[in-house]
Structure formats: C-alpha cells, structure tokens
Design a protein around this ligand. Structure first.
Ligand code: XMP
Length: 513
C-alpha cells in the first residue's frame, strides 16, 4: 500500500494522536513516531511532511528531547506545534526563553491575528480564537523566518520560512477550540506538502482485502470475536477476504448487554464463515461467584476466556493465523514513556501464545477508531455494530459492584437497555461517547404503592471524551434523565433509586470498577 505519508514526530504531547487523526481526516495517511526514531528510519518512510507535536519540556532543559538537525536538510516541509515550534526555532538558531509572568506566556483561548499571505493561513479569516498552552517564548526567531501571527501578549504566535517549507505555531491547531485549526493543517498538507489526498477508506478496504488474501493463501484463520467494533470489523474484513477459511469464536460469557449475543450472531450470518458461539454463562458465573474485588473479577474473566477459547481452538485443530483486532492507538509508542496503569484492561480481542498458530495477523493495525468504523460501513456491517459504543471485555462484571449473580446481571441488563433506549429515543445516541448503567451494591429504603421497599440503587453514567484517557460527564437533559429514572424503577424489579454520576475522569474513571 503506497500512500503518501506524513510523519507526526511525538515529543510527548498530549494531543499526538489527535494531530494524526486530523491529518487523516484531511485525506492524508500519517503515522506517529517517537521523537527518538533514527533519522534513517524516518527517511526510509519517504514522508511528504513532518509535524512536530507539543511536549511537556522546555527546549533549554538538559533532558529535553531533541531532533537531528539533519532532518531540516531533507527538503521536507515541517510544521512545529507548540514545543515542536520552539524546538525547530531553537535547532535552527533562534532563541527560546521562559516567558516572563503575564507577558508572552499563554494558556487557553486566545484571540489571535493571522497573516493571510502565509500559506498556512491561506483563505482563512484574519483573526480567530486559538488554543494556547505555552510557558516559553521565542525571544529571537531563526534566520529566514517571518512572523505570521500574533496575539495581544505575544508578537510571534506563528513563524514561517516559506522558502524551506518550515512553519511553527505556538497554539494547538488540532484541538476543536482553535477556530479553523483543521483548515490550517489542511493548508499545510495541500498547500505546502502538496498532498494528493490519497487516503480513502474505499481504497484502503480493497487493498487490505487483497493483502489478507495474499498473506493467508489457503491457510486457516482463527479470530476471537467479542462483538465490539474492532473485532467485528476485523471479522468482516477477513470474511470478505478469506470467508470459508475463517473461524470466528464468539465466547458469550453471559455478561453481555441485552440481546447483544444474538445481534452479533445475526450480523455474521450473511458471510460464508465458520461462526462458533459458545454459551459459557454458567461456567463464568460459577468462577465469579462471591468475588467482589474488581481486579480479581478481571483476572478470572481473562483466564476463563482463554480457557474456553483454547478448548474451541483445539476442536478446530491447527490454524495458520490468529487474527486480532488491534488498532493504531494500541500500537503507537509514545515519545514520552508510559503512563501509570490504573486498571488492567482485559481486552477479549488480545490473546497470547497458547493456541498453535504460525503467525498473527492484525488487519486494523494502521487505523484509528473512527476509521475502523468507516471501514465497517464499507464492508456492509450493520450500523448498530459499527457505531457501537465501547464495551469493556469483562462486560457487566465490572458494572455490578460487589459480587455477581445471574439475577443481578439480568436486572442490570434490563436497566441498561432502558437507559440506552431512551437516549436513542431522544436522538442523543451520538452525543455521549459512552453511556451505561451500573448496579451499585447500596440498598436503600423506598416506598412503592403503600409498601416499603429496600432495593438496589442504580447509577447512570454517560461521558463525552476524545480518547477515553480523560472524560467529562455528559449534560443529559433533565427530562431525558427523568424518563429513564421513571421507566427503570417502574419496569425493573429490584431497583428503587437512580443516581446520575457527575464526576469527570480524572479524578474518577469511566467505569466504576
Ligand atoms: P476507564 O474505566 O479506565 O475506562 O476510565 C476507559 C475506557 O476503557 C474501557 N474499559 C475496558 N475495556 N477491558 C476493555 O476492553 C477492560 O477491562 C476495560 N475497563 C475499562 C471503558 O469501558 C472505557 O471505554
């Protein structure tokens, strides 16, 4: 697959993936590489442009990440964002210093004035709000650079050396808060890097199918299908490519949402593949009986899942390829090291080395989540599968606080279904990025009819997020919450109180366990 490539060089900025997504949204393929990647490796990718991300450092810190100055000799355009801009300025002979209080240090929304004759701002309004986040200041810009944008506090919000194709901005064009930010990225790609815009999902789909066919030949492929977006799209792609050679094992651990198992089965009925649905509810519930510690639940489910899958795999015999729905965000290596592990996310798609197979294939490895969804549509998967919100591998087990029983799982399933039904009915199903119900282990006194009740409290959770690393709680209209609450307490036995979770992440997490 030879697409024109832009390299996003990651200096540890929090928006590195967002930059990459924006580039791809503009129809140009790009990859995120750590800033420590050797220049030879970057050169071998024959990029048409580089984008340097922001980062937490100051360029004059001794340990600050650097860039090989020879990169600027390649004749390839560069767009530096925030730290990336300062680093470029510093490397090319400019001077960057800590900004004095209240002078050129800027955070958040800032009124900015752009020079429309600069290619980066071509065709855009001369002023607008940009999202700043820099404590450093370019006291002297390098030779050959002109100042192309300013704000009240800062004369050099953007710099450009148009002859060499080097551009730098102190703000973040990739975030939504920057007006016309995506247009600036598009200008960099099309006006400066002369991109063709050859990254389309239709093309990708055809090429990926051909590649899978070539690689698999007459071999057998095994895939663990969880019913989530990634593994479903992976299954659809493989089905299209090598249908009869594919076996999808769908382990139904009994902790899925209402009707989910049937929906998954129905969606794959149309392809000529071997679809195995394992009803393993009883054995999972048995293993989980009496367990209330979240990490323990995850571990038990992970292990049991592997056991069930292994048994099924043995029935098939030798397979040649184990397929996984790994997607690009799982693959990107950050330039700034790894963050602390808060929860041991068990992803049912990820299986290690216990099945006898020759090779792993990961056909979604290059795609972001929204691209995976697009690919799913190309392949004709139903919208309810393609636009499905994320669902954790351990399923409802981590949404039932305390010990798990079938009765509690059924109660939660019903309540969760009503919540989703009302959200969809209110036309809000594309608004929160994830929404679900949690069965707490708190019971409280209520009154129903003339009688006293002592039943469970159910929590509703809905969040908006770009990447699930941080999230804000969704402002669902009160009347929708009211309908959800009324329906649940009336229709679901065992629940007499509903609460709405209004914590963001951090300090909370999306899931309760
Ligand atoms: P947290 O709760 O960590 O969730 O803020 C962030 C996102 O990850 C999902 N999640 C999981 N996904 N296995 C998964 O495959 C897990 O064990 C797991 N735990 C949380 C969660 O639903 C949210 O989308």
């Amino acid at each position: 697959m030879s697409h024109q490539t832009v390299i996003v060089l990651d200096f540890g900025g929090q928006y590195n993936q967002l930059i990459a997504r924006r580039v791809r949204e503009c129809g140009v393929y790009c990859e995120v590489k750590p800033c420590t990647t050797p220049l030879e490796e970057l050169k071998a990718m024959a990029p048409i442009g580089f984008i340097f991300t922001g980062g937490p450092n100051s360029v004059y810190d001794e340990k600050a990440p650097r860039v090989d100055p020879a990169l600027f000799e390649l004749g390839v355009p560069v767009l530096g964002i925030c730290y990336g801009c300062q680093l470029m300025a510093h490397t090319l002979g400019g001077q960057v210093t800590a900004a004095q209080e209240d002078t050129a240090r800027e955070y958040g929304r800032t009124e900015t004035f752009y020079d429309g004759s600069c290619k980066l701002f071509k065709g855009l309004p001369g002023r607008g709000v940009s999202w700043m986040s820099h404590g450093d200041y370019m006291a002297k810009v390098p030779q050959g650079f002109a100042l192309t944008a300013h704000s009240a506090a800062c004369p050099n919000v953007a710099i450009a050396d148009e002859t060499r194709g080097f551009y730098g901005v102190q703000f973040h064009p990739e975030v939504n808060h920057t007006e016309h930010g995506v247009d600036m990225i598009r200008n960099f790609l099309y006006e400066v890097c002369k991109a063709r815009g050859d990254w389309t999902m239709g093309d990708y789909c055809r090429t990926a199918i051909a590649q899978v066919r070539e690689k698999v030949g007459t071999g057998k492929v095994l895939l663990a299908l969880s019913g989530g977006v990634d593994s479903s799209v992976c299954a659809a792609l493989l089905a299209e490519a090598v249908g009869p050679q594919l076996t999808c094992v769908f382990v139904d651990h009994g902790l899925m949402r209402l009707n989910e198992g049937d929906e998954v089965e129905a969606a794959f009925g149309k392809w000529d593949i071997n679809f195995v649905r394992v009803d393993a509810e009883t054995r999972f519930l048995l293993k989980l009986a009496g367990v209330d510690e979240p990490e323990r639940k995850r571990k038990i489910i992970g292990e049991e899942f592997i056991r069930v899958f292994e048994e099924e795999a043995r029935k098939i015999g030798k397979v040649d390829f184990l397929a996984q729905g790994t997607i690009y965000p799982d693959v990107i290596e950050s330039g700034a090291g790894n963050a602390a592990v808060i929860k041991s996310h068990h992803n049912v798609g990820g299986l290690p080395d216990y099945v006898d197979f020759k090779e792993i294939i990961e056909p979604l490895r290059l795609l972001f989540k929204d691209e995976v969804r697009q690919l799913g549509r190309e392949l004709g998967l139903p919208e309810y599968l393609v636009s499905r919100q994320p669902f954790p591998g351990p399923g409802l087990a981590i949404r039932i606080i305390g010990d798990i029983t079938k009765e509690k799982a059924d109660t939660l399933r019903q309540a969760d279904f009503i919540f989703r039904d009302e959200i969809a009915g209110a036309g809000l199903d594309k608004a929160p990025d994830q929404y679900f119900a949690v069965l707490t282990n708190t019971r409280s006194v209520g009154v129903m009819g003339d009688g006293r009740t002592y039943d469970h409290t159910l929590a509703l959770r809905a969040v908006s997020t770009d990447d699930f690393m941080t999230a804000d709680w969704s402002r669902i209209p009160y009347d929708v919450l009211d309908r959800v609450s009324t329906r649940i307490v009336n229709e679901v036995p065992g629940i007499n109180r509903i609460v709405y979770d209004i914590t963001s992440k951090p300090p909370a997490t999306v899931e309760w366990e």
